[in-house]
Design a protein around this ligand. Structure first.
Ligand code: ATP
Length: 335
């Protein structure tokens, strides 16, 4: 076994034993990430994982949890972007029966569920400014209050959070509280996009090939040179997740013993042209936020009425107001 190979397998053994699936990577960037994980996993330190969508942030969070003394407990994950704005507080902190319309039962929040364990706050950049204040208080006091409750409940929770946003920029632009950022960003772990760690592409492709062959009972031994070259040259805007899904599809479609061709998405803008980097792909919500911000600026912050942003955007003012709230925009950002 070559030296480079042995490091990969050491790493697999270490993280693969508790985290499923294993974390694959042998290039400089992932070695650095593994070093950071070695230092931080078995501690109580708050970790912030940064990286584009599909780079493996959740996988890293699981590895941190599984490498810690809290591993016997289940890691609790909250996707801050997926919960309706009006429910986030209740999901995080729980609520008492009758505390609001629809609260027919007492609900235990994720903080309480994560007592003695790890709470993974995914997409933390999507949290409204109002909730950011409440989260900060909980992190400082280490106790929560259920919505509609009058008692405080002590919680012992290790926080690992993740975002695909540039949180430092969000802070500069007033969309994310500086004090909360400092509290979460105690130990940052940055996951580079797949196009910046091309060395890992063959390893990852091979890993997914084996996994999907096993799952679908196929016998495919590897890739043609052409298929490998195509994968190495593609820009991978969806990162490892995109590669994983592509290999799964190819395995299902394939009839031969090697994958001769890979059906790389053909969009010209997304391909590497003579090694030049294409423009970074923005998420839909980033685009939405930037667009609303630009229109609000154009309308001098006016939302409703004839010259208001709602009319220009073709939505009712109430819809725009709730979007503004959800996106954490406020008038002071427009000045
Ligand atoms: N280094 C890796 N080795 C093996 N599998 C990986 C690796 N990185 C990512 N994956 C796989 O890619 C998929 C996407 O990873 P994950 O969900 O952790 O990404 P993410 O950064 O949290 O994405 P999002 O920001 O969209 O939530 C998962 O199926 C994960 O198992």
């Amino acid at each position: 076994m070559e030296e480079s190979e042995s490091l990969q397998y050491d790493t697999l053994e270490r993280y693969g034993s508790f985290a499923q699936p294993s974390i694959i990577g042998n290039g400089t960037a992932m070695r650095r990430v593994f070093q950071l994980l070695d230092r931080v996993a078995d501690s109580e330190t708050t970790v912030l994982i940064l990286g584009e969508t599909g780079t493996g942030k959740e996988l890293i969070a699981k590895a941190i949890h599984c490498g810690s003394s809290r591993r016997e407990e289940t890691m609790i994950r909250v996707n801050c972007a997926a919960i309706p704005v009006n429910l986030v507080e209740s999901v995080l902190f729980g609520h008492e029966k009758g505390s609001f319309t629809g609260a027919t039962e007492r609900r235990i929040g994720k903080f309480e569920l994560a007592h003695k364990s790890t709470l993974f706050l995914d997409e933390i950049g999507e949290l409204s400014l109002e909730l950011q204040v409440k989260l900060l208080r909980v992190l400082q006091e280490k106790e929560i209050e259920r919505v509609g409750g009058s008692n405080t409940i002590a919680v012992d929770v290790r926080i690992v959070s993740a975002t695909n946003r540039d949180l430092a920029r969000e802070v500069e632009e007033g969309r994310f509280r500086r004090d909360l950022f400092y509290r979460l960003n105690v130990f940052p772990v940055s996951l580079p996009p797949l196009r910046h760690r091309r060395d890992d592409i063959p390893l990852l492709a091979d890993h997914f090939l084996k996994r999907f062959c096993q799952k679908s009972n196929r016998q495919i031994s590897g890739f043609s040179q052409r298929a490998l070259a195509d994968m190495m040259n593609y820009h991978w805007p969806g990162n490892v997740r995109e590669l994983e899904h592509l290999i799964e599809r190819q395995v299902v479609m394939s009839t031969g013993h090697i994958l001769k061709e890979i059906d790389i998405p053909g969009s010209a803008q997304l391909m590497m042209v003579d090694g030049a980097e294409p423009t970074a792909v923005k998420t839909i919500s980033e685009n939405e936020r930037d667009h609303i911000f630009a229109v609000l600026k154009l309308c001098n912050g006016k939302i409703s009425g004839k010259n208001g942003a709602a009319k220009l955007l073709g939505v009712p003012a109430t819809t725009l107001n709730s979007k503004i709230k959800r996106l954490g925009l406020s008038k002071k950002h427009l000045l």
